[in-house]
Design a protein around this ligand. Sequence first.
Ligand code: NAD
Length: 629
Amino acid sequence: MSKYLGRLGRRGFLRAADLLVPGVAGFPRFSETPWITQIDRVMDFMTPEDRSGFVVLMGVFAYLPRVLLRSLLTAPVRAGLVAQIQIGVKGAVYALAFSDLTADESVRAFLSYDTYCGEQPREKSRALLAPGLPARAMAEARRAAPVLRALSVHERLAHVARLRAVIVRHRESIIDEIVRVTGKSRGDALMSEVFPVLDHLDFLRRHGERGLKPQAVPTPIALLGKKSRVEFEPMGVVLSITPWNYPFYQMVVPATTALVCGNAVISKGSEVTPLEALIQKLCVEARLPGGWWTCVAGGGETAEALIDLRPDKIFFIGSTATGRKIMARASANLIPVELELGGKDSMIVFGDVDVRRTVAGALWGAVTNTGQSCTSVERLLVQESIYPEFRAELLARAATLECGQDYGRMTTLAQWRVVKSQVTAAVAEGARVLSPSILAWDEWEKDLRIPPIVIENVSGEAALWQEETFGPVIALAAFRDESEAVELANDTRYGLSASVWSKDLARARRVGSALRVGNVSVNNVMLTEANHALPFGGIGESGMGRYKGFYGFQAFSSVKAWIEEGASRKIEAHWYPYTDEKLRLFDGLTRGLFGSASGRLSLVRFARYGLAIEGLAARLWARNDKHTQ
Ligand code: NAD
């Protein structure tokens, strides 16, 4: 209870606070939270006069008609009494809503509102678990799931179309926000986040209904008279846990696919790049009903709490180490998981390529998003015959890329340190840095910069060769022939993607087939992801499952098998009773169908035995009828 505000004042304050913090889809409005319990901490700071004025004002607010209250609190005024009232009330409400209550209980996490405004990127240690938030999100999603299930795909797509229009309308401010939380360049934010999201939503619009339509499948002759099909049903509640490198894209793409499949979605994006508030605002503007897509802020412990609430599917993008933990935790409740994990991708360049174009592709593939892509080019394997020429062109071009314009800073200090430590260790083991001329780590650390680093002679055991680097570092190596290229590229626990470059398409296809990866681009780089009709996913320590294209519809659906026939009196040949004669006829039918006789003869035999067994089955059951009467 407040030492300043009585029952009436409390009521007035909550009425005002609800107008200012009305809640967005999936998130509470002010009065649904315990924030008012902290009101004295705000009022302690007021002068006695202000405090008594505030108490009187809240008493008036308790009775003021809502429409008047709203205009008093939201009217655009710059000065005068109304402006003072607005500042005073908003100050109290927002202080409670947007600041930490206690060290371990954050209002920010409830609201998913990022209060950070400094220059340095936030680190994972800032992760906060709002008590009760995961359970609340799950309860809302559980309530929404049957509603979504009952809608046709066409109706779900209409909702997603509104979201698409809202994203197009707000693309500039979305890019601003992506750049603010990640530090990436505007070009990367537009070309690798906003554009592909819209392209993906367009894919859903064009192909969603076809992709989720029941599919007829063949019915074998032994099941003559029946029809078989596969149907795609919603799974229920999908939990999507995603990382910081493409935070907008990674939150929107799986969530919207899952929605179109008829699931309610809970997204837990990365605590390092909080975009929950932005996405919830887009959802509100697109009029997505509450609970359909709830974005929950927080770190690993929030994700763990959500997993323990038993979603019907877990979709995860992130590191291999976290993927392991998620799979282990999900196994306790046998929740299906899909894991899109790290990579150590190779680009294989044969001697017959156009060097200028291939170097341009290599640089983009390695440096886009400052190398913080799961499918970045990390090993650049170039055939001996063009190695010197290729290397010279690569170094010349790498020097022309500009930080800020072409690529941004690293998103996190932790990842910046991983890159530094891998490069430093490789150099200590004999690797040669070809570009830039000096490694100015101290200088770069100030703004988390790393320019493109080209390095050669990296040992096969070095972390830089074996582990995911996730930074703008190109480990350059020469190969003699096809088989050595494949051997070098396959020398990894990962298996996400690769590219093969050659004029000889037959050779490029041969090499691509020999690579243990989930995605191959020929004469281009990181391009499979750009076609939303293609599946995406890895093998080995790069994960399991495929989540885009037509496979994406299956990833978020429960696939149901159907077989149907009309009502009849027929007794099936394989039902009871079994008799020696029935077994003999069945054996004849088996030989007829699968034996050496070809085509028509096999059909004739099948028909002969089939009719005989059916007749027998009917007679046997009729005989049983008599015994049972
Ligand atoms: P991360 O594994 O540290 O975190 C990813 C997400 O998992 C975050 O939301 C985080 O809060 C959550 N998380 C952390 N601990 C958890 C736990 N114990 N249980 C449940 N969830 C937990 O990854 P990151 O550093 O944010 O992202 C970089 C990684 O993501 C890289 O390895 C990169 O290769 C990978 N990635 C993969 C793909 C792909 O499609 N294969 C795409 C992009 C990024």
